[in-house]
Ligand binder design. Structure first.
Ligand SMILES: *[C@@H]1O[C@H](CO)[C@@H](O)[C@H](O)[C@H]1NC(C)=O
Ligand SMILES: *[C@@H]1O[C@H](CO)[C@@H](O)[C@H](O)[C@H]1NC(C)=O
Ligand SMILES: *[C@@H]1O[C@H](CO)[C@@H](O)[C@H](O)[C@H]1NC(C)=O
Ligand SMILES: *[C@@H]1O[C@H](CO)[C@@H](O)[C@H](O)[C@H]1NC(C)=O
Ligand SMILES: *[C@@H]1O[C@H](CO)[C@@H](O)[C@H](O)[C@H]1NC(C)=O
Length: 460
């Protein structure tokens, strides 16, 4: 009996162990798969909230202020990109005709993109567009270390156009942060006399007119340009003797006797914050594997756009002053504007992703709000604060995230505007009226065609 049963028993045992092995294999495979897709990484993520810290782990405001005033900071910078400018043009922002500039374009370009640069010089980067709006365009390049022919060509281009800035880091996708901050560094050093700076990639359509309109009045762009809304009984014109309607919800007046403008809760901080959050919520892209939890914005202590307070307008009312403040709007010199298309999203933990990020590189479940890299505008104050804050921010390989972290550390809230199109906005003659920038113009001929057509329509 024993002898008879034994083989069966053994076979049975072998069979169960085989099955068990299969289960173990499946189990291990599943674990590996889950790990590959980042399931466990997510478990160990830290919640992104107001306690967010990123090295340097401490308040950097005093160090930034010290550096801005040429003083010795208490703690030395932890992350300075000390590359050398091989091609420089220190005279670019020195002009006897202008003490300050309105706008400097910093175009992130690659050495080999000669044609794109040429198209930009002949379209939105053209410096002599408006005699009363001083603009400058510079191209920021890295190097291709073993290509002497390319380098020789760039040297000729730089000598001819005097708009090439090149630093000696290797030009590659994962070095974009270096390119960006070397651009900041150059501006801080050689071109600090502009009110606004715009960083743009070399494959982007830019409407110069809309950029200038936007920096006049970012919060109400593009509504303040649109035809008057029908507002029935409230509609009236303001004569010089009139006092402005002191209703807190709506203020109405005329401009150039043509357009009627509506300003809701002018100068009310809450309104600005609400508007920004509303836009953020509506438009944040899903560059994520899972849904985005809402961010608690109630802690936000600073809105970086300061607008004239209603009380001031009431108490010191004069028509010319009001006109200047409201209709011929000009942001104050100390405004800290960092504007573009804002994302609220989480890091990729999926190991095959181009944007994969390990917990040791970044442990939080969300990025700080950041502006997509293709195009963004900074005011001078924002540029200076962010440059010096970047010196106290650990290197991060994605430039847009890096700037988001820097802005967070500097208490600058990225300002969202949908008219900075992250994807290419399908082109028709008529739907580019309010477009500030659009991605997807890597073909120089297409850029020139679209730009010239829009210019003819008065939209570029
Ligand atoms: C970035 O540039 C540095 C300096 O040239 C170089 O050492 C490094 O390999 C580059 N990194 C990448 C990812 O190309
Ligand atoms: C509006 O202004 C008028 C006169 O300037 C004043 O009498 C009135 O109380 C004000 N109304 C409000 C709601 O502040
Ligand atoms: C983001 O995801 C939500 C829900 O999954 C969806 O309704 C929305 O259209 C998505 N937004 C974009 C821009 O893809
Ligand atoms: C947001 O933060 C504030 C201040 O810490 C807190 O009072 C409030 O309850 C929070 N709101 C939510 C929805 O978590
Ligand atoms: C407003 O105009 C008057 C004369 O028209 C002038 O005296 C005054 O200085 C102006 N005020 C401002 C703030 O420009």
């Amino acid at each position: 009996m024993y002898c008879l049963l034994r083989p069966c028993f053994q076979t049975g045992l072998r069979l169960t162990s085989k099955i068990r092995l299969t289960y173990v294999c499946i189990f291990i495979g599943l674990i590996a798969l889950l790990d590959f897709f980042g399931a466990f990484t997510h478990l160990f993520e830290i919640t992104y909230d107001s306690n967010f810290v990123y090295p340097y782990e401490g308040d950097v405001h005093d160090f930034v202020n010290a550096l801005r005033h040429n003083e010795e900071p208490a703690v030395e910078p932890i992350n300075e990109y000390k590359y050398t400018f091989l091609l420089n043009n220190q005279q670019k922002c020195v002009d006897t005709a202008y003490s300050t500039f309105r706008l400097i374009y910093v175009v992130k370009s690659s050495i080999e993109n000669f044609e794109r640069r040429s198209a930009i010089r002949n379209s939105w980067g053209f410096e002599k567009r408006f005699f009363d709006v001083p603009l400058r365009t510079i191209f920021m390049l890295g190097v291709h270390p073993y290509d002497d022919e390319l380098q020789a060509k760039v040297k000729i281009e730089a000598a001819k156009y005097r708009d090439i800035i090149q630093a000696d880091f290797i030009d590659s996708y994962y070095n974009n942060t270096i390119k960006t901050i070397m651009g900041f560094k150059w501006l801080v050093k050689y071109c600090p006399n502009s009110k606004f700076y715009m960083f743009v990639d070399d494959d982007i359509y830019v409407s110069v007119k809309n950029v200038l309109r936007f920096i006049r009045n970012p919060v109400n762009y593009p509504d303040y340009l649109k035809e008057p809304k029908k507002i029935g009984a409230h509609k009236r014109e303001i004569k010089d003797s009139d006092k402005m309607d002191n209703d807190t919800t709506t203020q109405i007046s005329t401009f150039d006797k043509k357009s009627l403008f509506v300003y809701e809760k002018l100068g009310k901080k809450e309104y600005l914050v609400d508007q920004i959050i509303h836009k953020l919520k509506q438009n944040s892209y899903n560059r994520t594997l899972h849904t985005i939890p809402p961010i608690n914005y109630s802690k936000q202590n600073s809105v970086n756009l300061k607008f004239p307070q209603k009380e001031n307008i009431d108490s010191t009312f004069t028509m010319n002053r009001t006109k200047r403040q409201i209709f011929d709007f000009e942001l104050p010199d100390d405004v800290r504007l960092f504007a573009g298309f804002v994302f609220v999203s989480s890091p990729h933990r999926h190991k095959s992703s181009k944007w994969y990020i390990s917990l040791s590189e970044y442990p939080y479940h969300l990025w700080p709000p950041y502006i997509t890299a293709g195009a963004y505008i900074l005011s001078k104050e924002a540029l200076l604060d962010m440059y010096y804050t970047s010196l106290y921010t650990k290197h991060f390989k994605f430039d847009d995230i890096f700037l988001g972290i820097v802005a967070k550390k500097a208490d600058i809230e990225p300002f969202h505007c949908e008219e900075f199109h992250f994807h290419k906005k399908d082109y028709t003659r008529f739907n580019y009226k309010y477009v500030i920038t659009s991605h997807g113009y890597g073909n120089p001929n297409e850029l020139l065609y679209v730009w010239n057509e829009q210019k003819a329509f008065g939209n570029a």
